[in-house]
Design a protein around this ligand. Structure first.
Ligand code: PSV
Ligand code: MN
Length: 424
């Protein structure tokens, strides 16, 4: 389905005067509205190729219809999102779920939609049909060198696909670990994994980054070989300057202080990127900002502070990706909500009065410090984010326009009700 620009402009008209009123009021209340707007316009969040269809749990999956049947259709879906919000101009691919059959064509199609290729993801957590060795007992950690080699070769192949598409990073998430005490020699598992990652690292092009994603549990429930940020940091340090830690918000033990992790990784120049989602219990993969929006704001607060301290470019120096699953929502609506939540948290973090906060910290004025953060968090920045979209030619209200244009109904008509997208 194509959404014409003039249609978006037409639908924007209805809300324009109310928007202007709200935006002008907000702009008069804050300092540097123009600078913030430019940052919002530049900020892009990559959409995961594996999250464009309905997700499921191990109990079942309830498809919603009109799901993309190919990588081309996934790119078209992301093109739609990007047209509506101007903040989804990237895709993160999972291999082998989304092998580009013709990289040049895929690249050209993505370019038509203003989409670039963010991190490539390898998959050594599932066995593929015709695969020689099984990953049942791990991939890079495996006691058998042949299994480890297969996992290494796969990662190198993923880099090759990425090079063809213009990606510049590889995310390695390993499900390796153990389910029971005694199953694994932790030291040997670490060592094997490190050696495997070193071989993959050696195959990285000069301008590439490698992201080592950690996860506390699942599918292994006793130990995980890249289990937390400390372990990921250890691998990244041993690997070298092109290796970084990737933070997936759902991959921590309950109540972990993710914002502190982010601050320290930034300080050590080892933060590589994010997988955004939200959760109540574990790796729930819920819509970003749907459960803990204050935590999301606090994370962005550290990101802005830490990136500015290092003179980093907010939009390009870290990998910003969503990693979510949609069991009961239309995936595209869910993704619009997730991107919106990220933009709101980012905008609020840009509002924090850094000087005043620093002063309050120096004086141990705990109350004032909290007030400063909450002043930003409680500011309704929706008109600011909407204004950024408007200036970029996107929709004032992306979700509303999505529904007004009956996008899902159109996609069902085009693709059918029973289509199933690749992914989890
Ligand atoms: C694992 O839970 C994870 O977060 C990794 O990023 C995977 O690549 C992704 O989800 C999809 O399974
Ligand atoms: Mn992830």
């Amino acid at each position: 389905m194509q959404v014409e620009n003039y249609k978006i402009q037409e639908l924007n008209e209805a809300g324009l005067s109310a928007h202007r009123r709200r935006f002008e009021y907000l702009a008069s209340e804050i300092s540097n509205a123009e600078g913030i707007l430019q940052k919002l316009i530049d900020f892009q969040v990559a959409i995961p190729s594996w999250a464009l269809g309905t997700g499921g749990t191990r109990f079942g999956r309830f498809g919603g219809g009109g799901e993309p049947r190919s990588l081309e259709e996934k790119i078209e879906d992301i093109g739609l999102l990007h047209k509506l919000n101007n903040s989804s101009g990237a895709i993160s691919l999972h291999i082998p779920w989304d092998i580009p059959s013709n990289a040049a064509n895929i690249k050209a199609l993505a370019a038509q939609h203003g989409i670039r290729f963010d991190a490539m993801n390898s998959n050594t957590f599932q066995d593929q049909p015709n695969q020689k060795h099984s990953y049942k007992f791990g991939s890079m950690q495996h006691v058998d060198k042949a299994v480890r080699q297969q996992a290494i070769d796969h990662n190198i192949e993923v880099i090759k696909y990425g090079v063809e598409l213009g990606s510049e990073s590889l995310t390695v998430w390993l499900s390796d670990g153990s389910c029971f005490p005694g199953q694994l020699n932790f030291r040997k598992a670490f060592q094997n994994t490190l050696e495997g990652l070193q071989e993959v690292y050696a195959a990285l092009p000069d301008d590439w980054k490698m992201f080592v994603e950690y996860k506390a549990f699942e599918p292994n429930f006793y130990s995980t070989t890249v289990g937390d940020w400390g372990q990921s940091f250890l691998y990244a340090n041993k690997l070298g300057p092109k290796a970084f830690t990737l933070v997936d918000l759902g991959h921590h033990l309950p109540n972990a202080n993710i914002e502190q992790i982010v601050a320290l990784l930034l300080m050590e120049e080892k933060l590589g990127g994010f997988h955004f989602n939200d959760s109540k219990y574990g790796d729930d993969d819920l819509t970003v900002g749907s459960i803990k929006p204050y935590q999301l704001f606090l994370i962005f607060n550290e990101l802005v502070e830490g990136m500015d301290a290092r003179g980093m470019n907010h939009s390009t120096d870290l990998g910003w990706m969503i990693d979510a699953s949609h069991n009961v929502k239309d995936p595209l609506e869910d993704l619009l909500q997730s991107v919106e939540a990220i933009m709101l948290a980012y905008a609020q973090a840009l509002l924090v009065d850094r000087e005043a906060l620093n002063e309050a910290q120096q004086k141990n004025d705990v109350v004032r410090a909290q007030e400063i953060l909450q002043q930003a968090f409680r500011t309704d920045v929706r008109p600011l984010v909407a204004e950024a979209r408007l200036r970029a030619g996107a929709a004032l209200q992306p979700l509303q326009v999505y529904r007004q244009l009956k996008v899902r109904e159109n996609l069902v008509q085009e693709r059918g009700l029973k289509t199933v997208a690749t992914g989890l």
